[in-house]
Design a protein around this ligand. Structure first.
Ligand SMILES: NC(=O)c1ccc[n+]([C@@H]2O[C@H](COP(=O)([O-])OP(=O)(O)OC[C@H]3O[C@@H](n4cnc5c(N)ncnc54)[C@H](OP(=O)(O)O)[C@@H]3O)[C@@H](O)[C@H]2O)c1
Length: 261
């Protein structure tokens, strides 16, 4: 058990947005459990969490493997206790033309980007309902709001994540458990394509810290207030809207053979 009253679980916490969210939540007074495959990077984030005066729990796990979410939930229950903030952030960006898609890319996308958030939400909701308080924040994409050719199973799973979030919100608001899906535009991370390739100024992209600040804003809002459940979070500059950039991005990736990255 931790000494804190609030425990957060962040998936994909080894890099990019997940790492920034973990640090922001630590800053806000939460102890944070960190999940991803790259244990060395998780340990580095854990050190930074502890430097902010919070406790960190590293759970090095491949969430795409069968039984992985149950192991994470069991570890949380055994070592720390009930989760108050769940951030479903881990995902893979499999894309490409539907007609020639390798079914393995489809399966992995559905598993990691949609089934894992469902399984973790299902696992934490009973304790959140009993406490009368909790947040489930899913990290979605503008690709889940609008069809962009070649966005592939990534877009399908992200659209499903919006629907999952809407159901979670509709079914658990009565018990003070809130849910939101942040549909992100372009954020400067490992996952994002290099903006220079399509003539976009990298300075115009969101930073992972912008998303982390949005998560904190949600978590610190009064329980009487509900936001979303589906919220768009994008760069202000219209030139960085994925809607306008995606066709150029897709043809660039198609030409380089990296669409199924
Ligand atoms: N960057 C953007 O422009 C953008 C736009 C819209 C939405 N998003 C969303 O933002 C979220 C975070 O992405 P990011 O941009 O921060 O990219 P990122 O730095 O590549 O983060 C992805 C995270 O997912 C983890 N992950 C991947 N496969 C995993 C697995 N099998 N098991 C456990 N963890 C796994 C990775 O950790 P390990 O490799 O260590 O496992 C990593 O921490 C994703 O949901 C993404 O769809 C990003």
């Amino acid at each position: 058990m931790t000494s804190r009253s609030s425990i957060a679980l962040v998936t994909g916490a080894s890099s990019g947005i997940g790492a920034a969210v973990a640090l922001e939540l630590a800053e806000a007074g939460h102890d944070v459990a960190l999940v991803a495959r790259r244990g060395d990077l998780l340990e580095r984030v854990a050190e930074q969490v502890r430097a902010r005066g919070a406790q960190a729990l590293v759970l090095t796990t491949d969430l795409a493997q069968p039984g992985a979410t149950q192991q994470v939930l069991d570890s949380m229950t055994g070592l720390w206790g009930p989760v108050r903030v769940l951030v479903n952030n881990a995902a893979v960006p499999r894309s490409g033309p539907i007609a020639s898609l390798d079914p393995r890319h489809w399966d992995l996308s559905m598993r990691l980007n949609l089934t894992v958030p469902f399984e973790l939400a299902r696992g934490v909701i009973p304790a959140m309902r009993r406490a009368g308080n909790g947040w489930i924040i899913n990290i979605g994409s503008v690709s889940g709001l609008q069809a962009h050719a070649f966005a592939g199973p990534y877009a399908v799973a992200k659209r499903g994540l919006n629907a999952l979030t809407e159901l979670l919100a509709a079914e658990n608001g009565d018990a003070g458990v809130r849910s939101a899906c942040l549909c992100l535009g372009w954020v400067a991370t490992e996952m994002a394509a290099p903006p220079e390739k399509v003539g976009v100024d990298p300075q115009e992209l969101l930073a992972p810290e912008d998303v982390a600040a949005t998560v904190r804003w949600l978590v610190e809002s009064p329980v009487r207030l509900t936001l979303g459940p589906v919220l768009r979070v994008s760069p202000t500059h219209p030139g960085t809207a994925l809607e306008s950039v995606w066709p150029r991005l897709a043809s660039e990736m198609h030409a380089s053979g990296s669409l199924h990255a």
